[in-house]
Design a protein around this ligand. Structure first.
Ligand code: DQA
Length: 143
């Protein structure tokens, strides 16, 4: 089974970006973690990151066309992008929304994600381990 692990803006800077909030794991480490987890679980994991909204929309369309599962950290777009939400609503496979930090314990503007209502489930506040847990869920979930 193919799983797209898609990451929104500024997540390419993990490791140096506010380590007190997002931890010391670099983006390269995160890619490694997802690929290794995928191999262990027998998933074909494709990991991508972009700072360009149209690029993420294209990847979501690709996943929708394939009926693939998606793990998505929409980053700041979570809080206001109706375009990202609409693209997520077109997915035919399961969608797990992941946030590294606990968005509910942060600034009020982060408390709401416009994506969550169209996600299968949401993991937040568990650091980059959330990605591993999301992949584990997708590998073992019953339809
Ligand atoms: C984030 C939380 C968002 O509020 C923020 O804009 C991000 C990362 C997280 O993973 O905790 O860029 O999605």
């Amino acid at each position: 089974m193919r799983v797209y692990v898609l990451n929104g803006p500024n997540l390419g800077r993990l490791g140096t970006r506010q380590p007190e909030v997002y931890g010391a794991t670099t983006y390269a480490d995160l890619v490694e973690l997802c690929e290794r987890t995928g191999r262990d679980l027998g998933l074909e994991v494709v990991v991508r990151q972009t700072d360009a909204e149209h690029e993420l929309l294209g990847w979501l369309h690709e996943a929708a066309d394939e009926g693939a599962a998606v793990v998505l950290n929409p980053a700041a777009w979570s809080h206001y992008s109706i375009a990202v939400r609409d693209a997520c609503a077109m997915l035919r496979g399961p969608l797990v929304e992941v946030h590294i930090s606990n968005i509910h314990a942060r600034e009020p503007f982060r408390h709401h994600s416009v994506v969550s209502a169209v996600a299968t489930g949401v993991i937040c506040g568990l650091g980059v381990d959330g990605y591993r847990l999301a992949l584990h869920h997708l590998a073992t979930r019953r339809p």
